[in-house]
Design a protein around this ligand. Structure first.
Ligand code: HEC
Ligand code: HEC
Ligand code: HEC
Length: 362
C-alpha cells in the first residue's frame, strides 16, 4: 500500500504553481473565444461573480427610495452605453454581442435575481474578465442609482415606452454625429430641441448663459465635472459643433411655470437664504452671484431650473462631488454648510423664480 507522508504532500503542493505555469507555457490551454468555456469553467466563473457581488454589496447603502425621477436620463444612457451589448425592448442583442464570452444576458429577464445594492455593485464596478464595464466615473453614485431605478422598470417596458424614454422625439444617428443637425438630435434625446425637456433630472439649457454652457461641456470632456451620463454624448459629437450647440440652447426662451404656492413656508425660507444667506453657518447670499444683472457669464442662471436638479446639484457641491468650470470652488464653498432642509427650501424657491435678466458678454 502506498502511504502519503506529509513530506510528499508539501512537495506536491509546492510543485503545483510550476505545473500550472508549465501547462500555460505548453499552449495546450485554448484561450480562443470560439471554443467557448468548459461547463465547469462557466459554472465556476459565474459562481465566483455572484459570490463576489453578494459580498461586496453588503457594504452598499441603498437610498430610501430609488430616484425614479431620473429614469429618462438613465434610459438615454442605457441606449448608448448598455444596449449595444445587452439589447433593449424592441432592440434585440446583435449577433456580434452574442459572440462575447460570456455573452451579455438580456437584462429584462435577469434583474429580478439581484437586489438593489447588488445591481448597484455590478453597474458601478463592472465585472472583471467578462467585458462588463465599470460606470464611466467612480466619483458619484447618484447616476448609478438612477440606472438601478431604470433596470427595475426594464422588465415592464414595451418598445414604444422605451423609445420614448431613451430617444424622446429625436431620431438620433447611431454612430458619431458628423453634422450639426445630427449633433442636435443627440442632445435633444434628453434635453429636447428647445433645451427645456427631459424632466426633473435633466437641466434646462434654454436661456442659460452661452459661456457657461460651453465651459460646462469642456468640463465634461476633460473630466473636471464627472458625469457618466453627460460624458458619452459630449464625446459623441465633433468638438467643432459644441460652440454652436451652446449658442442654440442659450438662445431658446426659458419657460418658468407660474408660481402656485407663493407664500408657502418652504418657499419663504428659500427666499430669505437666497437674499441674505445664513450668518451662523456662513452660507453666503446666493443672489449676490446668481441674481445680479451684471454677473460673470460663468455664473449660471438658476432661476426656473428644475427643483430636483437644483437639489441634486447642491448635494453634489456640498459633498465635494460636483466639479465644473474654473469657478466651481466658489460654489463648493457656498454649499458646504447647507443642511438638507436649506437645500429643499432653496430648490423650491429658485425653481419658481422667473429668470433674472441675462447678461451675456459675447
Ligand atoms: C461590452 C459589453 C457590455 C456593456 C457595454 C455592458 N455590459 Fe453588462 N454585462 C456584460 C456581460 C458580458 C455580462 C455578464 C457577466 C457575467 O455573467 O459574469 C454583463 C452583466 C451585467 C449584469 C448582471 C446580469 C447577470 O445576472 O449576469 C447587469 C445588471 C449589467 N450587465 C448591466 C449593465 C448596464 C446597466 C450597462 C450600461 C451601463 C452594461 N451592463 C453595459 C457586458 C456588457
Ligand atoms: C442621456 C441624456 C443626455 C444627453 C443625450 C445629453 N445630455 Fe446634457 N445633461 C444630461 C444630464 C443628466 C445632465 C446633468 C449632469 C450632471 O449632473 O452634471 C446634463 C447636463 C448638461 C449641461 C450642463 C448644464 C448645467 O446647467 O450645468 C450641458 C451644457 C449639457 N448637458 C449639454 C448637452 C449637449 C450639448 C448635449 C448633446 C451633445 C447633451 N447635453 C446631451 C443628460 C443628457
Ligand atoms: C460667489 C458666487 C456664488 C455664490 C455666493 C453662489 N453661487 Fe451658485 N454657482 C456659482 C458658480 C460660479 C457656479 C457654476 C459652477 C461651475 O459649474 O463651474 C454655480 C452653480 C450653481 C448651481 C448649479 C447650476 C447648474 O445649472 O448646474 C446651483 C444650483 C447653484 N449654484 C445654487 C446656488 C445657491 C442655492 C446658492 C446660495 C446658497 C449659491 N449658488 C451661491 C457661484 C455662486
Amino acid at each position: 500500500m502506498i502511504r502519503i507522508k506529509p513530506k510528499h504532500l508539501i512537495t506536491g503542493l509546492a510543485a503545483l504553481p510550476f505545473a500550472a505555469v508549465l501547462f500555460a507555457w505548453s499552449g495546450i490551454f485554448d484561450v480562443s473565444a470560439s471554443s467557448g468555456h468548459w461547463k465547469i469553467t462557466e459554472w465556476f466563473l459565474h459562481f465566483a461573480m455572484r459570490s463576489s457581488v453578494r459580498t461586496h454589496a453588503l457594504a452598499v447603502k441603498a437610498p430610501d427610495e430609488l430616484p425614479r425621477h431620473a429614469l429618462k436620463p438613465a434610459a438615454g444612457h442605457f441606449a448608448r452605453g448598455c444596449a449595444i451589448c445587452h439589447g433593449a425592448p424592441g432592440e434585440p442583442r446583435s449577433p456580434a454581442a452574442l459572440r462575447i464570452l460570456p455573452p451579455p444576458p438580456d437584462l429584462a429577464g435577469i434583474v429580478d435575481e439581484w437586489t438593489d445594492p447588488q445591481l448597484f455593485q455590478i453597474v458601478k464596478h463592472g465585472v472583471k474578465y467578462t467585458g462588463m464595464p465599470a460606470w464611466p466615473t467612480q466619483e458619484r453614485d447618484d447616476e448609478v442609482w438612477a440606472m438601478v431605478a431604470f433596470l427595475r422598470e426594464l422588465p415592464g417596458l414595451d418598445a414604444e415606452r422605451y423609445r420614448e424614454l431613451a430617444y424622446g422625439d429625436a431620431e438620433p444617428a447611431l454612430g458619431r454625429a458628423y453634422g450639426f443637425e445630427e449633433a442636435l438630435a443627440e442632445c435633444s434625446r434628453c434635453h429636447g430641441r428647445d433645451g427645456q425637456a427631459g424632466g426633473e433630472s435633466v437641466p434646462v439649457l434654454a436661456g442659460q448663459s452661452e459661456t457657461y454652457l460651453l465651459a460646462s461641456l469642456s468640463a465634461y470632456l476633460e473630466g473636471s465635472r464627472p458625469s457618466g451620463i453627460m460624458e458619452i454624448p459630449a464625446r459623441a459629437v465633433e468638438p467643432e459643433f459644441l460652440p454652436e450647440l451652446a449658442r442654440h440652447f442659450a438662445a431658446q426662451p426659458r419657460i418658468v411655470p407660474a408660481r402656485t404656492e407663493d407664500d408657502s413656508a418652504l418657499h419663504r425660507r428659500g427666499e430669505t437664504i437666497a437674499r441674505n444667506g445664513i450668518s451662523q453657518t456662513r452660507v453666503p447670499a446666493c443672489l449676490e452671484c446668481h441674481g445680479r444683472t451684471e454677473r460673470n457669464p460663468l455664473y449660471p442662471n438658476i432661476a426656473g431650473q428644475h427643483e430636483n436638479y437644483i437639489a441634486g446639484q447642491l448635494e453634489l457641491f456640498r459633498d465635494g462631488m460636483r466639479g465644473g468650470t474654473r469657478y466651481n470652488h466658489l460654489m463648493r464653498n457656498a454649499a458646504k454648510n447647507l443642511t438638507d432642509g436649506d437645500i429643499e427650501a432653496l430648490a423650491a424657491y429658485f425653481s419658481r423664480l422667473q429668470a433674472p435678466p441675462e447678461n451675456e458678454t459675447p
